[in-house]
Design a protein around this ligand. Structure first.
Ligand code: ADP
Length: 350
């Protein structure tokens, strides 16, 4: 990988608002390859929007730097203005021009193009977003989802290096949101566009992103694929925030690691040799098996169509989660047989 393949490089970036004691973004580093879609994920107030605004050029860094397409774009006292960064932004409220038609909205950033090219580019995007028949409508004559697609097409039109999307689906209902996340991903991929999306919704992040950055209190805790964040979280916060799971106290044995559910044989050198630690147990690490001698009591159940997510109490009172096919319909309070099926042990010190 050379710098030329990178749409974005963020290096040791810190951002401090004038009136705040603490940095809103603290020494964050990551990069994005061309054509990659990334998602900044984390609880409200963790610094996602601040980071996105800095990448867009609206906020100067206190420390660190941002390069876009290999070019220096932000340093503490030297920030290239937003319109010169070659970055498109899709705002939460879409910010379409109400007095311009769909076509004119899309053509807005192309005033320097010649008329035939501008028209051809708008036609291409109208087709991509599936709104050719509505090209002459005004924004107020469109649904929320259609407005969202027009906002995306307008940002894509000038072929920027990078598109930034700030909570783009937060104003939409759940069903539409789910469909649009896939549509927006397909549109971005069709244009081979690099993009960064901000969200606090992990399902949205999983559906959209090639890479996810989990943030907490201004720090970027982990940057990776959704698979690696789920299966190899490097901190308790990421383990907790991504997917579901519980932590059970573990202890070292000569053959591996022992938890209340049994002994796991492993010689993974990364695991602690001694001391107090917890083991991460995901719902898919526990299998329901009527024949198993190990029993747990159903405390809570949530029907999810194909399966139930059971919350189960072990003898010690500790709770674990288990995903069980929904034809195994057990009542609350009932004991059921379970088996541990954990093949990759993740531990966190206490
Ligand atoms: P998120 O997008 O993850 O919800 P933000 O980036 O908006 O988080 O905020 C990060 C931190 O910076 C929060 O503590 C927030 O209160 C603070 N903050 C955001 N905007 C401003 C501002 N304009 N002035 C001062 N502090 C701000």
């Amino acid at each position: 990988m050379t710098e030329a393949n990178l749409a974005l490089q963020v290096h040791a970036l810190s951002i401090h608002y004038n009136n705040a004691d603490q940095a809103a973004v603290q020494s964050v580093s990551f990069h994005l390859e061309q054509g990659e879609i990334a998602c900044l994920l984390g609880p409200s107030g963790c610094g996602k929007t601040t980071l996105l605004r800095a990448i867009a050029g609206f906020l100067p860094p206190t420390e660190g730097e941002i390069k876009i397409n290999g070019q220096m774009a932000s340093q503490p006292r030297k920030v290239t203005s937003p319109e010169k960064r070659n970055v498109g932004v899709v705002f939460q409220d879409y910010a379409l021009f109400p007095h311009l038609t769909v076509r004119k909205n899309i053509e807005f950033g192309l005033h320097k193009w010649d008329a035939a090219e501008r028209r051809a580019r708008a036609d291409q995007l109208l087709e991509l977003i599936g709104l050719q028949p509505l090209a002459d409508r005004f924004p107020h004559e469109l649904s929320g989802g259609q407005q969202q697609r027009v906002a995306l097409a307008r940002a894509l039109a000038p072929k920027p290096t990078l598109i930034l999307l700030d909570e783009p689906f937060s104003n939409l209902d759940v069903e539409l949101k789910e469909r649009l996340t896939f549509e927006v991903r397909e549109i971005l991929k069709a244009e081979r566009m690099s993009a960064i999306l901000v969200t606090h919704d992990q399902h949205e992040a999983f559906a959209m992103a090639d890479r996810i950055g989990v943030m907490d209190a201004g720090q970027l805790l982990q940057w990776g694929s959704s698979y690696s964040l789920y299966h190899q979280p490097t901190s308790r916060m990421v383990a907790d925030f991504i997917g579901q799971g519980v932590f059970l106290p573990g202890e070292r044995t000569t053959r591996g690691i022992k938890i209340e559910l049994g002994e796991i044989e492993t010689n993974d050198p990364a695991l602690p040799m001694s001391g107090q630690f917890d083991v991460l147990i995901r719902p898919d690490d526990i299998i329901h098996d009527d024949a198993s001698a190990q029993q747990a009591r159903v405390v809570r159940k949530s029907f999810r169509g194909a399966d139930f997510l059971y919350t189960l109490a072990l003898d010690s009172g500790a709770h674990v989660l288990a995903l069980v096919p929904s034809h195994h319909n057990h009542a609350i309070g009932e004991p059921i047989g379970i088996k541990l099926a954990l093949d990759h042990v993740i531990t966190f010190g206490r």
